[in-house]
Design a binder for this molecule. Structure first.
Ligand code: C5P
Length: 241
């Protein structure tokens, strides 16, 4: 599967490239450019809505793994239906909001049982939210985003979720509290060399994996790069060091 044109790379499923596009042609173009180098793609609500499920089926048929980032937050019956529909497309990961509580997470996990390759990942606190946003929505004074993230991650684990989505800053704390098999999928990573601090290298793919992430998600730094292949190879190379 890995021909000479990719420089003898070993396949990796740890790097997930986010296809945040509003049309199929642009997404297809990047998939074609990355070729056999990239095995795993994230499709979010934008591309799903614009291009439809056919594109996801097409990716799966080409041997790609797909993380379908549905961010489900609905009544349990509707969540279960959406997870079954995702499973029928052949995707490997789907997301559900843990803030919806145990009922919707358990419904998602239950619905995924019919699809052995499908993993249900819980979103905790959306990365753009601050401590004051938590006060605004009634979570309560004195509750930090980190403690809320940890609380929701534990709830997700109890509900049977296969893992969580976590920012680079949260990975270590989460890995220390979740079971060893839990997936910790980390967006918000920078291309190696683009972040300050040559030694600490915070937020690089390597730092995220070293802190306990199972996968890293990288979007625009690869997909909007002048040379997406070399940007992807920088991420890949960072993980091989
Ligand atoms: O920023 P980038 O283009 O790499 O984002 C890729 C994906 O990671 C987005 O689709 C988004 O869902 C997710 N992301 C996130 N939190 C961030 C940055 C990105 O959840 N701080």
């Amino acid at each position: 599967m890995w021909g000479n044109h990719n420089g003898g790379m070993e396949p990796t499923s740890q790097i997930i490239v986010a296809l945040d596009y509003d049309n199929r042609a642009a997404a297809q173009d990047i998939v074609d450019k990355l070729g056999d180098r990239c095995h795993f793609y994230k499709v979010g609500l934008e591309l799903l809505t614009a291009a439809g499920p056919e594109f996801i089926k097409h990716l799966v048929a080409r041997g790609k793994e797909v993380f379908l980032d549905l961010k489900l937050f609905e009544i349990p019956n509707s969540v279960a239906g959406a997870v079954r529909a995702a499973g029928a497309l052949g995707v490997s990961m789907v997301t559900v909001h843990s803030m919806g509580g145990t009922g919707i997470m358990a419904a998602a996990v239950d619905a995924a049982r019919g699809f052995p390759a499908l993993r249900v990942l819980a979103l905790t606190v959306v990365t753009s939210m601050t401590d004051s946003d938590l006060v605004d929505i009634g979570i309560g004074d004195g509750v930090s985003t980190e403690s809320q993230v940890l609380r929701l991650a534990r709830l997700a684990e109890q509900a049977g979720c296969h893992g969580v989505i976590a920012s680079p800053q949260e990975v270590q704390a989460l890995r220390g509290r979740l079971g060893g098999d839990a997936l910790v999928v980390t967006p918000g990573v920078a291309l190696p060399g683009d972040s300050p601090g040559e030694h600490a290298r915070p937020g690089t793919p390597r730092a995220a994996i070293a802190a306990g992430a199972s996968h890293v998600v990288i979007g625009r730094a690869v997909t909007r790069a002048m040379d997406p292949v070399s940007a992807f190879l920088r991420v890949y190379g960072d993980l091989q060091l």
